[in-house]
Ligand binder design. Structure first.
Ligand SMILES: [Zn+2]
Length: 637
């Protein structure tokens, strides 16, 4: 089925094709407030779409154990009722004795018939019974977007490309068929939770690069916000939709609408599950807000969405985990965050040490793939001890139980006692402090032409940038300069291009959704200095810019807001040996408010072309505002 051939009915017709309660919910949620004086843009009336914080304030009494004991989850196969090795204990019993309190196991519908799940009537009840008999909570998992069955809509990314397999994230009837109705059946069958693994195995993408602009999604947007949806729909070629949305300045609005629809859809599944068990947990893997809207869709202020994050898989808790926890708190997300560890990539002692830290500083931990902890426990060769599903090289299961059991006992003691006795969060003392710099007043003329011999640059502050994200010297020796005046912020950089470099094909135009793939630089500018709301600027060596606001508010996190378009002027020069960038960006009210004398901003310069480098090492991805450097606006450098 091609994208053009799909049913293009809009949001209201779409509502008619899904179950009654869900339809009502969606219809209600689409009655969005009319913004006072919101300007009509290109035939679109972008009425504000708002998101209210929904923090976890009244935890359901049946879930009090989560705060007291933390979540300690084992992601296993559905063999909990079977014996552990040649003992007479069930696998569930061994997991409970080892200190786990939750098990997660995956189920799949028949690939050729999504209405049939072969193991539903025997395997699920046997596992629930075995787990409940020893006090383990049971969360059943399904994989999102894996092994599709037509008919369904394909994802079209905002740059225009139609996926060959990956599903549209908002093909609601399909998603209902794919996993929604099964989540409800698991709740009916007595499970305690449902986890959606959003990693999309066996699809052509494992992440969405932005909101889907397939016929179905684009049409749904027009039906709600355009007066003449038919005309717009017919006049914009499918591959140009994302570009058109950017050009008329509603791309960010479109993204928020997609987030809202995701929230409403998942919320309807949650409500149907919780009609059977009002403390039924819903959650997801693999990274926070992997599908933007996940968290608020699944969680409420009473029953949280559990986020099974994989950022800690091989390293244990890091700055990424700290940022994620901070995001949950600042946005008022109804979420609990548990850090995942990959058994095969962690020696038993490492697994215990890192699991303890995640359980103390986050809301718990989970071990993948815990099948290895309970299957062929004495084997030191074979699948139980090899990548990816097995234990650490040649290790018997007992080596894990010898450390996990005491770790969980220690966790309970630490949680009941004084926080001062906790082991320190890793890295905080071990890494370099963030760099500082000054942004002096401009002392002379600057012409934005890609040459740095202007008088204004001679008195600017100079910086070097030649290290990777972990503070190690690596890659080209870049330099950059900063200054400011009454109306604008100035940045210039000289970036060597290593000999023999073949530049990737450059994606042209402002706010290109894949601008990060261009050969250039990224700037992060955080005027508040607290990381709540900061600008990301991507500058290509062709002079194209991408400006986005990252807002630690509900609904905005993953894709940023591309409707923010400050006045920016660029000068650029590129030879075979180097590129030079100069920018002048006007202070404005939305994000880059004019600094007072002496004011300090968070700031970072990053490069991911030729090498991955950053001025301030983040010890993680670029988007870690807590690790941005500090720049102070002063008179002299
Ligand atoms: Zn779509």
């Amino acid at each position: 089925m091609t994208d053009h051939a799909v049913n293009t009915t809009g949001a209201m017709n779409l509502v008619n094709s899904i179950p009654g309660a869900l339809a009502l919910l969606l219809a209600c949620s689409l009655l969005l407030p009319t913004g006072a004086g919101a300007a009509n843009k290109g035939g679109i009336d972008p009425r504000p779409i708002t998101f209210e914080p929904e923090p976890l304030t009244k935890l359901h009494p049946k879930l009090a154990w989560i705060k007291r004991d933390k979540i300690r989850a084992a992601w296993v196969s559905a063999d909990l009722h079977k014996p552990y090795g040649d003992t007479d204990k069930t696998q569930a019993r061994v997991l409970a004795d080892g200190g786990f309190n939750t098990v997660i196991f995956g189920m799949r519908a028949d690939n050729k018939n999504r209405s049939h799940m072969p193991d539903f009537t025997d395997v699920i009840p046997a596992n629930i019974e075995a787990a409940h008999a020893v006090g383990l909570a049971v969360w059943v998992l399904m994989s999102y977007g894996t092994i599709h069955q037509d008919p369904y809509h394909r994802y079209r990314d905002p740059a225009g490309k139609l996926a060959t397999k990956t599903c549209c994230p908002l093909d609601l009837p399909y998603l209902e068929r794919h996993f929604g109705r099964w989540a409800v059946k698991f709740a009916e069958a007595g499970a305690d939770g449902f986890i959606l693994d959003t990693e999309m195995y066996e699809s052509d993408l494992s992440d969405y690069e932005g909101p889907c602009v397939c016929s179905y999604c684009f049409r749904a947007y027009l039906d709600v916000f355009a007066d003449n949806g038919d005309t717009i729909y017919d006049s914009i070629p499918a591959a140009q939709r994302g570009i058109w949305l950017r050009e008329i300045g509603v791309y960010g609005h479109y993204s928020r609408f997609a987030v809202k629809r995701t929230e409403d859809f998942l919320d309807s599944i949650r409500a149907r599950c919780q009609a059977h068990n009002d403390a039924f947990i819903l959650g997801y893997a693999s990274t926070m807000e992997h599908l933007p809207g996940n968290t608020r869709g699944f969680g409420t202020s009473t029953v949280p969405c559990v986020i099974l994050d994989e950022s800690e898989y091989t390293s244990g808790p890091t700055f990424t985990m700290r940022r994620n926890l901070q995001y949950i708190e600042q946005s008022g997300l109804p979420a609990l965050y548990i850090g995942g560890l990959w058994i095969n990539q962690n020696r038993p002692e490492q697994l215990a040490e890192r699991g303890l830290l995640a359980a103390l500083y986050a809301d718990g931990w989970w071990a993948w793939y815990s099948w290895a902890l309970v299957t062929n426990p004495d084997a030191t060769t074979g699948p139980q001890t090899t990548n990816p599903y097995g234990r650490w090289k040649g290790t018997p299961a007992s080596a894990y139980w010898d450390v996990l059991k005491p770790m969980h006992a220690r966790l309970e003691k630490l949680l009941a006692g004084d926080r001062a006795a906790w082991p320190a969060f890793p890295l905080l003392d071990a890494v370099a402090p963030v760099p500082n710099g000054r942004v002096p007043l401009r002392q002379g003329q600057i012409t934005l032409d890609g040459s740095l011999d202007d008088p204004g640059w001679q008195e600017a502050s100079q910086f070097e940038m030649a290290i990777d994200r972990f503070g190690k010297k690596d890659g080209p020796e870049n330099t950059f300069m900063l200054c400011h005046d009454d109306t604008a912020f100035y940045f210039a950089a000289r970036c060597p291009i290593p000999e023999g470099t073949v530049l990737p094909e450059q994606l042209r135009g402002r706010d290109h959704p894949r601008a990060w793939a261009n050969y250039g630089l990224e700037l992060f500018v955080d005027p508040s200095g607290d990381g709540r709301r900061y600008a990301q600027l991507i500058l290509s060596s062709d002079g194209d810019t991408y400006e986005s606001v990252m807002d630690y508010g509900p609904g905005a996190f993953q894709f940023g807001d591309l409707d923010w378009n400050p006045e920016i002027e660029v000068g650029v020069q590129r030879t075979e040996a180097e590129f030079i960038l100069e920018i002048r960006i006007l202070f404005e009210d939305a994000v880059l408010t004019k600094p007072k004398h002496g004011e300090t901003w968070g700031f970072n310069v990053c490069r991911s072309s030729s090498a991955v480098q950053s001025w301030s090492p983040t010890y993680g991805p670029f988007h870690l505002p807590g690790r941005f450097g500090r720049i102070q606006f002063v008179k002299d450098r």
